[in-house]
Design a protein around this ligand. Sequence first.
Ligand code: SF4
Ligand code: SF4
Ligand code: SF4
Ligand code: FES
Length: 378
Amino acid sequence: MTDKTDPIIINGNRFAFEPGETILEVARRNSIDIPTLCHLKGASPTGACRVCVVEVQGARSLVASCAMPAAPRMVVQTESPKVVAARRMVIQLLLASGNHNCAVRGSDGRNWTDFQMTVQRADGSQELCPVWGDCRLQDLAYRYQVNGERFEPTPPRYPIEDVNPFIVRDFSRCIQCGRCVQACNEIQVNQAIHFGYRGSRSKIIAAGDRPYRDSDCIFCGECVQACPTGALVEKDVRYTVRPWEARKVRTTCSYCGVGCQMELHVKDNRVVKVTGVENTPPNFGSLCVKGRFGFDFIGSPERLTRPLIKENGGFRESSWDEALDLVARRLGEIKAASGPDSIGVLTSARITNEENYIAQKFTRAVLKTNSIDHCARL
Ligand code: SF4
Ligand code: SF4
Ligand code: SF4
Ligand code: FES
């Protein structure tokens, strides 16, 4: 870390920094808010969107703070009139570059209440973006008070891809920030998606421009979590869940022993979506397909609520007392007839550590066998 005699000066304040730290990193570490769109923590900076530009004294033009290393005695302004004008222009261009028909569009020169009522009426229809209220581009448009009407809108070039099991890709809302590509290639290291075509035809493609389902995509959903707009959305929640309708419950994934930290989005007492908890070990926001999309079982009407006993080739419901008596009697009979090692016990990652501890104690101390295993060990 440099000492305070050789600092970077941001908005008039002096900050020490580590060699190699970017202006953005120093700023964020010191609670100075520089907006970003394409920047993805943990991935190499691309400088693609130019939303994070800042003014550096002596530089010929504004610089992208996410890509520019901090330097001794560098003097930086993060919100100067020049910076704000550049950000406004970038956001206007991005809004006009696709189908960003969210709350910011059409807001100029109108009665605010009328405008809000119009937006409310459009909710749930194609008139409003599925991630309205949960979009970084929209947030920035509000922050810098711009809409997409300054420039001619660009008509959608590619149709929506909704054939995938868990993810809908809406290319008309893609701002080409590249976060999904970095999330897939640098964070998950799946190499399933890339930039394809050139210039105005540019598109994020999988397997030579095929749907995700026909590519190397493993549906981890890392790209969806990274996407700052409505270009990548979980299929089940598209148009059905607005962010303020769901409360988030922090929990640990119960599918395997990694113990990924996740947030369950709960609406009307049902889990409707799962996201990874960012900046927290062990997964730092990443999840696999099971953790992110395998939650239907929680509210499934097919879940067992009572024990079933197999009789005459079929199952019948029983009480817990009857089922436990039967299991105890049969385990005792098998152990007496064939010895303890004729019994094996398999437990589940979806029960608690304490329950698994009791199961192994019962297996070793009561059944007298070490034949116990667990799917999370794999
Ligand atoms: S779901 Fe995962 S593997 Fe598929 S494209 Fe997205 S990040 Fe890549
Ligand atoms: S799909 Fe989303 S994350 Fe990927 S480039 Fe487009 S806007 Fe960015
Ligand atoms: S199943 Fe997937 S999301 Fe769940 S803990 Fe294991 S790796 Fe993480
Ligand atoms: S966040 Fe820095 S260029 Fe996009």
